[in-house]
Design a protein around this ligand. Sequence first.
Ligand code: GLU
Length: 503
Amino acid sequence: MRVRFAPSPTGHLHVGNARTALFNWLLARGSGGTFILRIEDTDVERSRTESEQAILEDLEWMGLHWDEGPDVGGRFGPYRQSERLYLYRSYAERLIREGRAYYCFCSPQQLEAERKEQVRLGRAPRYSGRCRAIAPAGARARVDAGEAAVVRFKVPDQERVGFTDIVRGEISVSIDVIGDPVLLRSDGHPAYNFAVVIDDALMEITHVIRGEDHISNTHRQVLLYEALGVTPPKFAHLSLVLGPDHTPLSKRHGATSVAEFRAKGYLPEALVNYLALLGWSPGEGEEVLPAAELARRFSLEAVAHSAGIFDEEKLAWVNRHYLRSAAPERIAALSIPYLRAAGFATAPDARGLEFLASRAIPMVTNSVDRLDQAPRRLHFLFEFKPSVSIQDSDVAAILIHPGATHAIDTLASELEMMPRLLTRDTFRAAAARVRERTGLKGKDLFHPIRVALTGDAGGPELDLAIPAIDAGAALPADAGIAPIMGCRERAVAFAAALRVDGR
Ligand code: GLU
């Protein structure tokens, strides 16, 4: 089995295309087949090297490694269409020689006039076939004399053209809807339908898996395979990925490219796992499975032909699962760009990373959907300003309780007597002392303590937050983590702010 993903490098990798790549990859990996990457860059105007580079990076990031491709090579190269122009030319010439293709000299103005006339007559516009009448020798002479010409395929005289789609079953159309398609443009570049057939044939592709927007192309391609005397590959056309309003997923719905989801802090394994569920189910009520297991279970026959609705909530749910099960060291490293953007880290060294992995990340992974939410979850470590906190309405609602100020004063005096570096147990001991001395308990005790030590009315469990604050405060200044004020100083500062405020 040989399958390929054939992106056009004209923009970002859309998640719909990423799913196409994934289904090809799953099929290849599940069956010991070969996954090929081919760059379809014959649209000179729109193709960009940076876009090709970005697509390769996104695929790498998703872990969809290819066995043959522009960078790794392979027996069937080159894998960039712009490097295969000589092949398209020679096959076009062969088809001309065999009388299955011909030169067309119609100008764009002529074609446009013809199109308008057909529309006026209420017919579907298609090329009239006018240049079929030019004798081959005469056409050749005009081309040799430098006249601009395209090469068109002579659509054969038959009633219908069709194929069996693995996902959709029999599909066919009347040949009448197909005007003689262009194979080579006048600048020598191939039309998509021609290049793709030559490449799929020469690269010995056995299964073509792509979006259903290509079905009308497939009819033309099937005719070309027949003309070339090549058995077509098997085809599977995937439903498009739609937004929640059932229109094709686009910018209007928010993020659409792999790069955007990556920047939002989704893990690659989560995106891969989620995309696999769009139009396919691994069965047995299981949804969260590693890529290798998805590949083991994948079959094209089980792909649904109903559209896949992209649901970011569900993606977030899958991501939470992977965030929780990933190694904290890895999540710590991945969270650095977000922390850096928030001013909470520079370039953490081993001590900084250790702090993040063992202290900070556990508070993140148990509650966020994505890593771009990490700074919001961790801001209390770095931004402690009692005078600002007491203006916050949720904090004020806690401070207004009888005994809240007393609890904070008492906490401050208790922490003066505790070791500086609070652990979960020493923190609990301090809280127990405050309870004994004030008679406060439950929320009345812990809400003021939380407010005094974190500056917030809510946030991570104190059992995690308090040791994290003091571990962070003990970090050397050059560990790459922004300065963190310790709990003892926090309690004192908060009590002082309350006094200034007259509470
Ligand atoms: N370059 C085409 C695209 O990006 C590939 C279609 C195909 O897989 O044949 O849509």
